[in-house]
Each structure stands twice: as structure tokens, then as C-alpha cells.
Design a protein around this ligand. Sequence first.
Ligand code: IMP
Ligand code: MG
Length: 178
Amino acid sequence: MENCVEKVILNEMDLSDIVKKLGNQISKDYKDKNLLMVSILKGSIIFMSDLMREINIPCKIDFMSVSSYNGGVKSSGVVKISKDLDISIEGYDLLIVEDILDSGITLDYIINTLKARNPRSIKICTLLDKPKRRTANIKADYVGKEIPDEFIIGYGLDYDEKYRNLPFIGIANPALYS
Ligand code: IMP
Ligand code: MG
């Protein structure tokens, strides 16, 4: 896997610092709330599992799986729910945990779907944000780091379902997909 990354942009220490900061802030903000963390599979699994261990207030977790990418590097614009939540979200303060906010099409669809189920509140926590590529009218409440418009892999993020297991985040070598 050595040549899959052109440049590392966040190493393991950077990621740990970012996640600790987010966890502290979320723990403060949700102290008197009814926190339900919703991880969007599969990209956010590593971020979710690290982030939830930095949260020092009671919370529940659930998972939802959607896809808008069909193995390529650009969003197809079509979102499909392939695994829905197990918990009924009425009365919960939802925190959606995402790996990366890109066009925003995926989260826009998820938020609209979940709003209709009457949660008490919905906020978004994304590890990475590519604001330049946004087409949907959507903004994250918690952002780990803004990054430039490059295709990245590692720490949960894939290219064609591979490279999620890299412990760092790097810009994918264009040779992977060209
Ligand atoms: P959006 O609907 O365009 O915001 O796409 C969001 C989803 O696309 C994310 O949850 C990721 O799974 C995937 N994605 C967007 N950019 C990248 C990237 O640079 N590398 C890997 N996956 C990405
Ligand atoms: Mg994904």
C-alpha cells in the first residue's frame, strides 16, 4: 500500500488532537441534552469510534448506511439508504457523524429524511470539510478540518472500498484511479 498516497495531510497525532478537541466541545454542548450519535457508514467508523471515546457524557449510538458514490471519485448525485437506524429518534438530540462533507448531497438527503421523524435537534459533526465543492445548502456545526479539493483516503475514507485501514489521511495517488 506504500504508493497509494501522494502526500499525508493528517498523521495519527494530528487526528488524535482534532478528535480530542471535538469530543471536548461536544461533551460541553450536550451536557444537558439527550445525545444520540449517528454514524454514517462506512466512511465514519474510525472517526466515530475514536470520537465517542472522547465524549464524557452519557450518549447512545446508532448507524445508518447510505451511498451516493458508485465506486468512483465523484458523487453520482443519487442517494440510497441501505441500512436505516434501529432507534426511534423522537426526542433525541441527534449528532450526525460524517467522515467528509463534499457536495453535501448525501447529508442534505439524510437531514431531510431524519427531520421528518421529529428528533429534538439535529447537528452535524464532520471530520473533514471540502467547502469549495458544496452544491447543497448545508453547513456542518462541528468541523475537524477544512481541506482543499483533493481526493483523499485513509482513516475510514476509501477509494473503491479500499484504503480505509490506513491509520492516517493522505491525498490519493492519481495513479489509483486514472
Ligand atoms: P457528498 O454527498 O458529495 O457530500 O459526499 C459525501 C461522501 O462522499 C462522504 O461521506 C464520503 O464517503 C465520500 N467522499 C467525498 N469526498 C471524498 C474523498 O475525498 N475521499 C473519499 N471519499 C469521499
Ligand atoms: Mg462514504
